[in-house]
Design a protein around this ligand. Structure first.
Ligand code: DX5
Ligand code: ZN
Length: 231
């Protein structure tokens, strides 16, 4: 049985020149958690934001969970900095850590929830011995590094597989999907087992900048589509 649906706007597609306001606006429009993409121009070919920005959002007054998606290698050095900066979830790619179990423990010891992220071609076998140590599984439905790419359909089968593993574990583990999520495919993504939906360009990239209700409209449509799927 899937948990309550959470909509997680990826701020990668927000206007960084007014990031605090953008985050306030999507949360006021009904978003649940803030998806925070960290890229290092090493593990992925792009460079984004670090702990200082996470801390700045907290100081700005953001109280919603911040879901830090680390696309960095190595992983461990930066984990305490993000915990200190106010991260709620910290997820990482298992290929980027030499010691996956140790990194999961480190994240927990720092007081955050921990998760593993799977690229489209990364096997789920990394989960086998750490199911008891993850609070979230994040499936990438694009190759990491950039917003605005198209959803890779094989992620749906992978979602179904992980949903079964989570249900069999009996643990409360979030199943998050990231990449190419829009109003028109979010229902089938939920039907395949996801309960946490990252959307960057699908939320921030559309509509007129001068329409004050644009986030209400898009998040409202996503909720409606999610509501059409029985859980
Ligand atoms: C990609 C990032 C995603 C990205 C999603 O590496 O992890 O979170 O922002 O963007 P969209 O929703 O535009 O595919
Ligand atoms: Zn992401």
């Amino acid at each position: 049985m899937a948990a309550e649906d959470l909509i997680a706007p990826s701020i990668l597609s927000a206007n960084f020149a007014k990031l605090g306001e953008e985050v306030d606006n999507v949360l006021a429009a009904g978003a649940d958690i803030v998806h925070f993409d960290v890229m290092d121009n090493h593990y992925v070919p792009n460079l984004t934001i670090g702990p200082l920005i996470c801390e700045a959002l907290r100081k700005h007054g953001v109280t919603a969970p911040i879901d830090v998606h680390l696309m960095v290698k190595p992983v461990d050095r930066i984990v305490p900095d993000f915990a200190q900066a106010g991260a709620s979830y910290i997820t990482f790619h298992p290929e980027a850590s030499e010691h996956v179990d140790r990194t999961l423990q480190l994240i927990h010891n720092e007081g955050c929830k921990a998760g593993l992220v799977f690229n489209p071609a990364t096997p789920l076998s990394y989960l086998e011995y750490v199911m008891d140590k993850v609070d979230m599984v994040l499936l990438m439905s694009v190759n990491p590094g950039f917003g605005g790419q198209s959803f890779i359909p094989s992620a749906l089968d992978k979602l179904r597989e992980v949903r079964q593993m989570i249900d069999a574990s009996g643990r409360e583990i979030r199943l998050e999907i990231d990449g190419g999520v829009k109003v028109d495919n979010i229902a089938e993504i939920k039907a395949a087992g996801a309960d946490t939906f990252v959307s960057g360009s699908g939320i921030f990239g559309k509509g007129q900048d001068n329409d004050p209700n644009r986030y209400d409209t898009i998040i409202g449509k996503m909720r409606e589509a999610l509501g059409s799927v029985g859980s």
